[in-house]
Design a protein around this ligand. Structure first.
Ligand code: FCB
Length: 427
């Protein structure tokens, strides 16, 4: 007998995206400038047009509705809203009101991320993530966002993946400002925590003044981290250190301070960690996938069980409802995504059955978008986007996800059933 996996009433099935990766047409951000520098982005791609969602959001919301999506996580582009320090563009707020209104009319619950990777250029010029002003600037923007949009959105994320942002921008040097300094990475990480705390308070104060009821959390990037060679002390120490600094530091600080109303989990993969003298720039840390493991188009290990581990590990610490704020796979031909989707959703359903309070799952992503330094090469979309015509074509996995969302269950023997995720060949 196969396992019958169900999701409770009210569980939100949705998709996730960020402004820069899909909207297009924002020249004022640090990424617009960074992508123009030779060698920064694979293939010389830029976020200039992205998926043109700025103009096509109604079409995309209609697509989400057709795919039975009950939720969508999106971000607001700081550089577009606050073009000059302290000057908030009313037309851009109106645009985001239209976007959220379209979701409301389609019966789709929005989740808005205030900061997702990019900065206005003027913030970058003032020191970006390292600027002493960052907490004040971000909390002012967050406060304005709640004032402008708080009647249309209840679920808010302050910052997306602060750990990944500090790592990529200030240690690995692959995101702006492309620095390689462990000291800076730690400082950026700490500053982002200060910013989150200030944003959390400012957003609740603004909501209180306006009579809006909001829930605020962080989207934490959490990985499964294991030593490559259990018998090697150095590997174990480096795995423990990486776990501590990358997974734990920020998320624990948020949990311990109680400055969150829900806990967001972005889960993608597992790393085997090896101490490597040849990787000094990356903190002597080399990340590997287990031999023979199935990997995505980006070489990331497909490891659904890891989501179950992450949920079990964080639920007792978080003590607030959990949302899967991102989970997805780069898979251009969509031959792995169906199993990926079912495998990870099955882990969520099992965690719920064990008593973990997971309220929703947002798949990354609805569309193929601009994937930062990897450009448009990785295809994360449930829906394929033609780079020339911008035409949207749902992949088979989108229809599978729609069926699961409609039925609120994964049928053991049905299409994409729980069996398949345990390795049996697809029917
Ligand atoms: C996450 C980012 C998101 C997207 C996915 C693939 O780390 O939050 O913007 O690029 O990875």
């Amino acid at each position: 007998m196969g396992e019958d996996l169900r999701f409770p009433d009210g569980f939100l099935f949705g998709t996730a995206a960020s402004a820069t990766q899909v909207e297009g047409h924002c020249a004022q951000s640090d990424w617009a400038a960074f992508a123009r520098e030779p060698g920064r982005v694979r293939g010389g791609d830029t976020p200039d047009d992205a998926c043109d969602q700025l103009h096509r959001f109604r079409e995309d919301v209609a697509l989400q509705a057709r795919l039975c999506m009950g939720a969508h996580r999106l971000s607001i582009e700081w550089a577009r809203v606050e073009r000059e320090p302290g000057e908030f563009d009313p037309a851009t707020w109106d645009h985001y009101r239209d976007v959220l209104g379209a979701h409301r009319d389609a019966g789709i619950t929005p989740m808005v991320t205030v900061h997702h990777v990019t900065l206005p250029r003027w913030v970058a010029q003032r020191g970006g993530l390292l600027s002493q002003e960052l907490p004040a600037l971000l909390s002012r923007f967050a406060e304005r966002a709640v004032e402008a949009l708080g009647d249309l959105c209840q679920l808010w994320v302050t910052i997306n993946e602060p750990n990944m942002l500090a790592l990529q921008a200030h240690l690995l040097g692959v995101w702006p400002p492309a620095r390689s300094s462990p000291v800076e990475a730690v400082r950026a990480h700490q500053n982002l925590f200060r910013a989150h705390a200030a944003m959390y308070r400012a957003m609740h104060e603004a909501a209180g003044r306006r009579g809006h009821s909001i829930s605020v959390g962080v989207a934490h990037h959490l990985r499964v981290i294991e030593p490559e060679r259990f018998g090697r002390l150095a590997d174990r120490m480096w795995a423990a250190l990486f776990e501590r600094l990358f997974n734990d530091a920020f998320a624990r600080a948020v949990c311990d301070s109680g400055l969150h109303d829900f806990f967001g989990v972005n889960y993608y993969s597992r790393d085997l960690v090896r101490f490597s003298a040849a990787h000094a720039r990356a903190g002597f840390l080399r990340r590997l996938v287990p031999e023979g493991a199935e990997v995505s188009d980006l070489g990331w290990e497909i490891y659904p069980e890891g989501l179950g581990y992450v949920l079990d590990a964080w639920w007792p610490r978080a003590r607030v409802p959990i949302y899967i704020t991102e989970n997805g796979i780069a898979d251009a031909d969509d031959d792995q995504r169906p199993r990926f989707l079912v495998g990870h959703l099955a882990e969520v359903a099992r965690a719920i059955a064990r008593g973990v309070d997971v309220r929703g799952y947002m798949h990354w992503s609805l569309l193929d978008g601009f994937e930062w330094a990897e450009g448009y090469a990785p295809r994360f979309g449930l829906v394929e986007v033609d780079r020339v015509t911008q035409e949207r074509s749902p992949r088979p996995s989108a229809e599978l996800y729609a069926r699961i969302a409609r039925a609120r269950r994964i049928e053991a023997d049905g299409p994409g059933g729980a069996q398949r995720e345990r390795g049996a060949a697809p029917a």
